[in-house]
Ligand binder design. Structure first.
Ligand code: IMP
Ligand code: MG
Length: 173
């Protein structure tokens, strides 16, 4: 029977690491206003905790993308489900992702945002699954590298479930 498997990253470890990432981001931008652009739905807990860990001017915006449908394998085709209505011209934009897997989602975003002339375009992901990469992507801030397992919790879902778990667990098929 499929079920939630072992805990991969406990709640405390997530919070400690998110605070460290906040410091890192603060040090990089040195008081310049940051536009944190969260990729929904998976990054909603992460961006909420991350921006509260940044001591400095931050705005938040959202975009909804989907590449997984209801399964545990990327379809490789990224669907943009909502458009970004914030003007990013001359803004310091930080893309905030829950997880980078094949790299297709981030590639799609970088290609669509680049021509909108942000002052800078950087990336931050909570999780990185390097074993599944199909396209190379630049990661500027990263929470944790994880092995080749499907994970749920802290915003990450399987067919829209388990986003409410306060920790990150392996999914056992
Ligand atoms: P990529 O386009 O393959 O890099 O996939 C990125 C997106 O796939 C993430 O934003 C997640 O929504 C989803 N994803 C990738 N791996 C997992 C996982 O292990 N659990 C839940 N969602 C995942
Ligand atoms: Mg996602």
């Amino acid at each position: 029977m499929s079920s939630i498997g072992p805990t991969l990253i406990q709640q405390e470890r997530i919070h400690t690491r998110v605070k460290e990432l906040g410091r890192e981001i603060e040090d990089f931008y040195k008081g310049r206003p940051v536009l944190a652009l969260a990729v929904l739905k998976g990054a909603f807990h992460f961006v909420s905790d991350l921006i509260r860990a940044i001591d400095g001017p931050v705005e938040v915006a959202f975009i909804t993308l989907s590449s997984y449908g209801a399964g545990t394998e990327s379809t490789g085709k990224v669907r943009q489900l909502s458009s970004l209505d914030t003007d990013i011209t001359d803004r310091d934009v930080l893309i905030v992702e829950d997880i980078i897997d094949t790299g297709h989602t981030l590639t799609h975003l970088l290609k669509s945002l680049g021509p909108r002339n942000p002052a800078s375009l950087r990336t931050c992901t909570l999780l990185n699954k390097p074993s599944k990469r199909q396209v190379e992507v630049p990661i500027d801030h990263k929470g944790f590298d994880i092995p080749d397992v499907f994970v749920v919790g802290y915003g990450l879902d399987l067919a829209e479930r388990y986003r409410n778990l306060p920790y990150i667990a392996e999914w056992v098929p």
